[in-house]
Design a protein. Structure first.
Length: 223
């Protein structure tokens, strides 16, 4: 199920869009606090953003730039300010499409489906995993935080990928070991500890100090 994050000043429109998209089996959320749009984006970790231009405090172009610092997620601008200059700016800022107000909900659905197809269906596989602003690139085993990047070893990559895919759940040590070596032979439990320690140090060098938490006697979790 694709997650869609809506940033819209008019709460009636935001609720209407959310309810409509849920009927199409999307998981939809909308921003309620316009001071912390990026934080909510990171928490919700959507596959697509619908972003109005005219917003309180900072406009949609600002939030598009902030999201683009940490993610390549598709962004569809939604606005009554639909003159050519705004459309050009939206695309230049990193937008993937533009919907003019007033709009037909069926048009919104069609545009969302088209953008999602372009972004994901033709890739064959997801190329990145994002969690709390940390981007794990699957094609080259690197981790990126706000433009800073570190290469991971094979084991570090497999550990981080598993924990990010299961974010919010405790992953037992045995499951991680099985994922690393795909066997219960020749395994030293200390090796896992060493790899997690090295992974944490690389994340700390990128300014991330509390991503992976230890659940004593059980395993690890990204909360």
């Amino acid at each position: 199920m694709y997650r869609i994050f809506i940033v819209e000043d008019d709460m009636t429109i935001a609720r209407t869009l959310s309810e409509h998209l849920r009927k199409w089996d999307y998981e939809a959320e909308y921003a309620k606090d316009f001071k912390n749009v990026t934080e909510r984006f990171i928490e919700f970790d959507p596959q697509l953003v619908i972003l109005d231009i005219m917003l309180p405090l900072f406009n949609g172009f600002h939030w598009c730039q902030e999201i683009r610092k940490i993610s390549k997620v598709p962004i569809v601008f939604l606005s009554s300010a639909s003159d050519n200059m705004n459309i050009v700016m939206a695309m230049n800022m990193g937008g993937d499409d533009f919907i003019e107000k007033p709009f037909d909900l069926n048009v919104v659905t069609a545009k969302v489906q088209a953008v999602l197809r372009r972004a994901y269906a033709f890739q064959g596989a997801v190329e990145v995993i994002e969690c709390r602003g940390i981007v794990l690139k699957l094609n080259d085993a690197t981790v990126n935080v706000k433009g800073q990047e570190k290469e991971l070893t094979k084991n570090e990559f497999r550990i981080l990928r598993l924990l990010m895919e299961k974010a919010g759940r405790i992953v037992p040590r045995d499951e991680i070991i099985e994922n690393l070596w795909e066997s219960d032979e020749f395994i030293d439990d200390n090796t896992l500890t060493v790899n997690v320690t090295r992974l944490r140090k690389k994340l700390e060098s990128l300014g991330v100090s509390d991503l992976i938490r230890t659940k004593k006697g059980i395993g690890y979790i990204i909360e």
